[in-house]
Design a protein around this ligand. Structure first.
Ligand code: ZN
Length: 384
């Protein structure tokens, strides 16, 4: 992935602007919580302490499988996770183990924008949850890498009371913007593509439940999901705390070169400016406004791929030119080194970064996932 802000975090050693030493603010305060379909969502606010850190408590009951933390700040401030500690006090995740690594585990450790999401655990090899109080230390820095003291953070913790990672249901809400929901070519192709997406996931024990909606007042040009927008926030707000919003639009990020984009790796289940996956119907139709059989296949694979990002999957490999530069943090996806080698070993993987096509309208099926990749999808807090 492209790191927009690969900057060192520098501790501000002098001065104390708007310090707030009330570090116990969130301790013991479970905030306002709601339950939906085995998913508990709690809302709270707090200020970073005199080291620029907000320790967030996540209360986990026995039988819980995973949690998702979403943090929002305003202004030129960037939240990211420094560490996750178990109820027993062991450090299960530390940012610096991954920050400059060639292996991508989660974007939650990167200060990328005003919104931060992290799901835990992520992989089968990460420690399973145990009952008790987890602590997630959220750091907030500014554009120069200085810690922000006394910075207000609004956050949501979501815990799924489901520790089965072999079967799960994901609720997706597909929203057509502008007048796209009135176009039978687009809605028909989308429904055919959803059938392909559903078939891809069913092989791995994931059931896909889809609702359809329209938002005619929203423009069909959706901005880059790394920036997001108020429109996206409003669209996601009309869903539930358990569903993933998928927006069908003309263009994402002002170009027809992008098939789709996820609002984070992982994305959140609560309302926010990045709380969706956006897909361009134009790009998925091959740019000619009509859907061939091959286009429908690519469209279905793109839906599974982008929602796969939203649920925490990285590309198994990312390239710089034709050399591999980054890999996912999973041990069962090939660590190939060139585009040619990777096309051969991973070209049929659903999370491969591009379609592998031999000539026009003749692309490889990209419908496979490794056991490790399926494990990440099942651990996402929205897979219930
Ligand atoms: Zn991708």
């Amino acid at each position: 992935m492209a790191y927009q802000l690969r900057i060192p975090a520098i501790l501000l050693l002098f001065g104390c602007l708007a310090c707030d030493d009330d570090t116990g603010k969130n301790a013991g305060n479970t905030g306002i919580c709601t339950d939906l379909d085995g998913l508990q969502t709690c809302w709270n606010t707090g200020n970073t302490n005199n080291q620029g850190i907000l320790p967030v408590s996540v209360n986990v009951n026995s039988g819980a499988g995973a949690f998702l933390l979403t943090a929002f700040v305003t202004g030129d401030a960037y939240p990211s996770v420094e560490a996750i500690r178990s109820p027993e006090g062991s450090r299960e995740l530390y940012w610096d183990d991954w920050y400059t690594s060639d292996y991508n585990l989660t974007a939650g450790i990167l200060p990328l924008g005003n919104e931060m999401m992290i799901n835990w655990p992520i992989r089968a090899e990460d420690p399973a949850l145990s009952a008790g109080r987890y602590t997630v230390n959220v750091a907030v820095i500014d554009t120069e890498g200085y810690y922000q003291l006394g910075k207000s953070v609004t956050y949501y913790t979501q815990v799924k009371q489901d520790d089965s990672f072999s079967s799960g249901t994901v609720q997706a809400r597909i929203v057509y913007v502008d007048d796209l929901g009135d176009n039978a070519t687009i809605t028909g192709a989308t429904e055919d593509a959803v059938a392909i997406w559903r078939a891809i996931w069913s092989t791995y024990g994931l059931t896909l439940s889809v609702d359809y909606d329209t938002r005619p007042e929203v423009d069909a040009a959706i901005p880059s999901m790394t920036e997001g927008s108020e429109d996206i926030s409003e669209i996601s707000a009309t869903g539930t705390d358990a569903d993933i919003t998928v927006i069908i639009c003309d263009t994402v990020g002002g170009t027809t070169q992008i098939y789709g984009e996820s609002g984070g790796i992982p994305g959140t289940l609560v309302e926010g400016r990045q709380s969706a996956v956006a897909l361009s119907w134009i790009t998925n139709a091959g740019g000619d406004g009509t859907f061939s059989t091959n286009d429908i296949q690519v469209y279905g694979e793109t839906l599974a791929h982008e929602v796969g990002h939203y649920m925490g999957l990285f590309h198994p490999v990312d390239f710089n030119g034709n050399r591999a530069q980054y890999w996912d943090a999973l041990s069962d996806t090939d660590e190939c080194n060139t585009t040619a080698a990777c096309d051969a070993s991973l070209g049929e993987n659903n999370m491969y970064p591009y379609p592998v096509c031999i000539g026009f309208n003749n692309c490889l099926d990209q419908q496979s996932l490794s056991t490790g990749q399926a494990g990440v999808l099942h651990r996402y807090t929205g897979a219930l």
